[in-house]
Design a protein around this ligand. Structure first.
Ligand SMILES: Cc1cc2nc3c(=O)[nH]c(=O)nc-3n(C[C@H](O)[C@H](O)[C@H](O)COP(=O)(O)OP(=O)(O)OC[C@H]3O[C@@H](n4cnc5c(N)ncnc54)[C@H](O)[C@@H]3O)c2cc1C
Length: 453
C-alpha cells in the first residue's frame, strides 16, 4: 500500500481527568456512571451525538428479551435503565419475554439525564483516533472533532468502543475471526402504516412461529427446550417472495425477527437483514454493508407488503443511524471466559457481576429459563501488556459461545459497571488496574447495587 508520513504537530490538551471512558454504548454509559458515582472525575467521549450505542444508534430496543420466569438475573445500573425508561414512558411490551423494550429515541434522553445526575462530563461528536503512551502505560487518547484534533489525559482509560479501538491502537493483543466466520451485520429498520391487530391475528392463527423455525440466516442449535417456544421470527415468506419474483432472487440475507409496535401502527426494530462477510473495522466494508443493507431492507418491506396481513400499507419509517456490528475485535485478557464457563455456571474468586445463561449467536440459542447463571471474572476486562486500560462490552476477552452471551446489552452493562468501578478503584488505591484489590472492588460494587455472586 502507498503511504506517506503525517507531519508532527502541536495539539491542545483539551481535558484532563481521572477516569476516561471511550464509547457511550451500554458498557460505556454504565462504566462512566459507575465511576462517577464513586466520586472520581470522569469524562465520557462518544463519536456520535447521543449515548446508548447499538440501542439508540442502530435501533436495537430489546434490552432484556432473554428474561423469562425462572431467569436469575443480574442487578445494577443496567436494571436502572429499564426502570428509568419505564418511568419516563419509553417502554413497550417485548413480545417473546417478560421484559419491556426500551424506546431507542427515548433512551437518548434517559442516558443524558443519568450521566448528568452522576456527575459525568460528556463529550459528544468526538472520535478517539489515537492513544498517548509511555512504554506500556496508557496516558490518554487523541480525539478528532469539529473543534479539531486534541489530547485528553487520564489516569485510567476504559475502552467501551465495541471494537476495542483504544486497546488495538495501544498495542494490546486481540483476536478477530476471519470476516466470513463472524456474526453477520444488520441494517435495522422501522415501518409505519401497520395494522397491528390484523398482523397479530395472523401471527396467532396462521404463522404460529417458534424458535424451531430459525434456519435460513440464523441457523441455531438450541438446548431443545426452546424449540416449541414462541419466537417473533419470519423466514418462509421471504423465500417465497424470491421464488415468486416479488423481490430479487439474490436477497439471501433477508429473514429475521420483529419486535414491538407503537400505538400509531409502527413496527419497531425489524431485524430482518443479516449479511455475512463484512469486517466492521474496515470503512470500505462498512460502506458496502450500509448500501447493500438498505437495499435489502426495502426488499424485505416489499415482501411484507405482498404477503403479510397487516403490512399491506406498511412504509419505511426509518433505518437505524448506522448498521449494527455484532462481532469484531475481542481483546486477549488476563483471563479468557470460556464456553464451558458460560454453559456450566462458571464461578470465580474475582467476580464483578453475574449474567444468566443466555446464548444468542454464532449458531446457538439458549434461553435462561432454568435459573442457571455464570459469574464474570474481573480479569477478562484487563488486557494483556498495556497498563491503565480496562475494556468492557462486547470486546471483552471471551471465546466464541461465551462472546455470544457477553455481547448482550445487559451483560455489557454488567462489564461496564465492573470496569468503571475498577477504574475508579485503581485511581483511589493509586495502583495499576491489574493490581486493584479485588475484595475492595467487590465491596464497592455491592454498595453500588451490583450482584457479585
Ligand atoms: C443488529 C443487532 C441486533 C442485536 N440484538 C440484540 C438484542 O436484541 N438484545 C441484546 O441485548 N443485544 C443485542 N445485540 C448486541 C448488543 O446490542 C451489542 O453487543 C451491545 O450494544 C454492545 O455494547 P457495547 O457498549 O460494547 O458497544 P456499542 O453498543 O457498539 O457501543 C459502542 C459505542 O462506542 C462509540 N464508539 C465506537 N468507536 C468509537 C471511537 N473510536 N471513539 C469514540 N466513540 C466510539 C459508538 O458510537 C457507540 O456509542 C444486537 C446487536 C446488533 C448489531
Amino acid at each position: 500500500m502507498k503511504t506517506l508520513i503525517e507531519p508532527k504537530k502541536e495539539i491542545p490538551v483539551i481535558a484532563e481527568t481521572e477516569v476516561l471512558v471511550v464509547g457511550g454504548g451500554p458498557s460505556g454509559l454504565t462504566a462512566a456512571i459507575a465511576a462517577a458515582r464513586t466520586g472520581v472525575k470522569t469524562l465520557l467521549v462518544e463519536r456520535y451525538g447521543c449515548l446508548g450505542g447499538v440501542l439508540t444508534q442502530v435501533g436495537v430496543e430489546s434490552f432484556a428479551w432473554y428474561r423469562h420466569r425462572g431467569t436469575v438475573d443480574c442487578e445494577g445500573i443496567g436494571r436502572e435503565y429499564e426502570l428509568r425508561a419505564q418511568q419516563l414512558g419509553f417502554t413497550r411490551p417485548e413480545p417473546q419475554s417478560i421484559s419491556q423494550v426500551i424506546d431507542s429515541e427515548g433512551f437518548k434522553v434517559v442516558a443524558d439525564k443519568m450521566i448528568v445526575e452522576a456527575g459525568v462530563t460528556p463529550l459528544y461528536h468526538s472520535w478517539v483516533v489515537d492513544v498517548i503512551k509511555q512504554g506500556d502505560d496508557l496516558l490518554g487518547v487523541i480525539v478528532e472533532s469539529k473543534s479539531g484534533r486534541g489530547a485528553i489525559l487520564a489516569q485510567c482509560v476504559v475502552d467501551c468502543t465495541g471494537d476495542a479501538d483504544v486497546a488495538a491502537k495501544a498495542g494490546a493483543p486481540y483476536r478477530q475471526r476471519a470476516k466470513d466466520q463472524r456474526m453477520g451485520v444488520t441494517v435495522m429498520f422501522n415501518c409505519s402504516g401497520v395494522d397491528v391487530k390484523k398482523f397479530q391475528t395472523f401471527v396467532r392463527e396462521e404463522l404460529k412461529p417458534t424458535y424451531a423455525d430459525w434456519g435460513k440466516n440464523w441457523t441455531i442449535k438450541t438446548s431443545g427446550k426452546e424449540d416449541n417456544m414462541f419466537s417473533p421470527y419470519m423466514e418462509e415468506i421471504f423465500t417465497r417472495a424470491q421464488q415468486e419474483g416479488v423481490i430479487p432472487g439474490d436477497a439471501s440475507a433477508i429473514a429475521g425477527t420483529w419486535s414491538s409496535f407503537t400505538d400509531s401502527g409502527e413496527a419497531m426494530q425489524l431485524n430482518m437483514v443479516y449479511a455475512f462477510g463484512y469486517d466492521c473495522t474496515n470503512a470500505w466494508d462498512l460502506t458496502q454493508a450500509e448500501i447493500a443493507g438498505r437495499q435489502q431492507a426495502l426488499w424485505a418491506i416489499d415482501a411484507l407488503r405482498h404477503y403479510v396481513p397487516g403490512f399491506e400499507k406498511a412504509r419505511l419509517r426509518n433505518f437505524g443511524m448506522t448498521l449494527g456490528t455484532r462481532e469484531s475485535r475481542l481483546i486477549e485478557g488476563e483471563v479468557c471466559v470460556t464456553d464451558e464457563h458460560v454453559l456450566q455456571q462458571g464461578r470465580c474468586e474475582d467476580s464483578i457481576g453475574i449474567f444468566p445463561e443466555f446464548i444468542d449467536g454464532s449458531g446457538y440459542l439458549i434461553l435462561p429459563t432454568t435459573g442457571h447463571y455464570f459469574q464474570i471474572p474481573y480479569r477478562c476486562l484487563v488486557p494483556k501488556k498495556i497498563d491503565n486500560l480496562l475494556v468492557a462490552g462486547r470486546c471483552v476477552s471471551a471465546s466464541v459461545i461465551a462472546h455470544t452471551s457477553m455481547r448482550n446489552m445487559m451483560c455489557c452493562s454488567v462489564t461496564g459497571q465492573g470496569a468503571g468501578t475498577a477504574a475508579a478503584e485503581s485511581v483511589r488505591q493509586g495502583v495499576k488496574v491489574r493490581d486493584v484489590d479485588i475484595k475492595a472492588l467487590q465491596e464497592t460494587l455491592r454498595q453500588q447495587g451490583a450482584r457479585i455472586h
